[in-house]
Design a protein around this ligand. Structure first.
Ligand SMILES: C=C(O[C@H]1C=CC=C(C(=O)O)[C@@H]1O)C(=O)O
Length: 399
């Protein structure tokens, strides 16, 4: 990163109630960004590289935060001190399970299944056209309202118990709508991009199956996923997009292991490890993340068309869900994760998000059930029934 002390960008003066601005804890370690913090002047994806190039970072400082799903929306990046202690994200257990909670599905699972049918109809109508919609990722949300504030520390302690994922929290901008502050909290299994020196790594996921309590049934679900032509197609589109976007930045780039099954405590996924060497080792990890985002794991193919349709089909704005969360140091090294399996938490409310990739051959009810299963990790972490979002399935008139 180009560090020029005289040209630090304008920073906003918003007060920061929580000294932890962002935190990531997963297989590759723990990163904490603590206050006092400055918010990097917010902007869209188009201006990110120039805003980052102008940041004056001390060696013990890092940039971290969240890029929104919508490339035209403002990002939320904090410049702050990197916590040397590398303490875990949280060890506090109090406040969970949530008491006096209420769940509202927005949209309902059945309305979601109808939206999937609508998207499949568009794909069928356009089949054969050069600009045809090939894939779209549709999401739904669960609003959790509880009698007392959602305890973020305790939630993080629960989320980090699954060692296969990266538990994360990012403080988001707040105002009159969120007097108690706002944070994106989650446990993502998907690495968008990691950069160390010239080495670059991405581990996209797409294609899913719910994990099952019975070991034989669980193994069978994994085997069926590995053999599913629909899921392999859904996955291949993501890998192709990442290879296309990273190629101009890299002197070599490959997927040495091919596509493999990967798992969290609640889901199986198809995953591909992509590795490369950058031409320019100074390229900041956040710039690579912004170039890659949104991949077809959260948006679709063609990207712009899918993003437009998502805005019209989904009733709740995604904001930072399905964006990217991560950090970047003064050398540009860092890691950015796809912001999935997460919730926006503010006071007594948590909005959980889950999406599924739709391609020709997708079954609307199965996709609704898949999103229901993807809520499981956050629901369980909040101490709520893990299958709460599966209970209204199948819909009336369906078997
Ligand atoms: C969009 C989500 O998952 C993505 C990542 C893994 C598998 C996916 C799938 O199989 O559809 C999605 O592409 C989500 O969890 O909200």
């Amino acid at each position: 990163m180009n560090i020029r002390l005289s040209e630090a960008p304008k920073k906003t003066a918003s007060p920061v109630p929580d000294p932890i601005l962002f935190g990531f804890e997963g297989p590759s370690g723990c990163i904490l960004g603590r206050g006092p913090a400055q918010r990097i002047a917010p902007g869209t994806a188009a201006t990110l590289a120039s805003r980052i190039a102008a940041v004056a970072l001390d060696p013990d400082e890092i940039i971290g935060g969240a890029l929104p799903f919508d490339r035209e929306a403002a990002d939320c990046l904090w410049q702050c001190r990197r916590d040397k202690a590398r303490a875990p994200l949280a060890s506090v257990q109090g406040g969970l399970p949530l008491a006096g909670w209420r769940l509202t599905a927005e949209p309902s699972a059945c309305d979601y299944a109808q939206a999937v049918s609508r998207a499949l109809g568009i794909m069928a109508d356009e089949a054969g056209r050069s600009d045809a919609l090939e894939k779209i990722v549709l999401a739904r949300t669960l609003l959790v309202e509880s009698a007392a504030p959602v305890p973020i520390e305790a939630l993080m302690a629960q989320l980090r118990a699954d060692r296969s994922v990266t538990a994360f929290r990012v403080a988001l901008p707040w105002g009159a709508d969120h007097p108690q502050g706002r944070a994106l909290c989650g446990a993502t299994p998907e690495l968008l991009v990691e950069k160390q020196g010239r080495r670059v790594l991405s581990h996209p996921l797409a294609g899913s199956a719910r994990r099952l309590a019975d070991p034989a049934a669980d193994r069978a679900a994994a085997a069926a996923l590995a053999q599913s032509a629909k899921d392999q197609r859904e996955h291949a589109l993501v890998v192709e997009s990442i290879l296309d976007i990273l190629a101009p930045y890299c002197r070599d780039l490959s997927c040495p292991e091919g596509t493999r099954l990967t798992s969290t405590r609640s889901m199986w996924h198809l995953g591909t490890r992509i590795e490369g060497r950058l031409k320019d080792g100074d390229t900041p990890s956040v710039v690579l993340a912004s170039a890659l985002h949104p991949t077809p794991a959260v948006c679709g193919v063609p990207t712009a068309r899918a993003a437009e349709l998502i805005k019209t089909i989904e009733p709740v704005a995604r904001d930072y869900y399905a964006g990217a969360v991560g950090w970047c140091d003064a050398k540009g090294d860092g890691a950015w994760h796809v912001a999935i399996r997460c919730a926006e938490v503010s006071g007594r409310r948590a909005r959980l998000y889950a999406g599924a990739g739709i391609v020709p051959g997708s079954d609307p009810m199965a996709e609704a059930a898949e999103t229901g299963a993807k809520f499981g990790a956050l629901l369980a972490a909040l101490g709520l029934p893990q299958d709460a979002a599966l209970q209204d399935l199948p819909c009336d008139g369906e078997t």
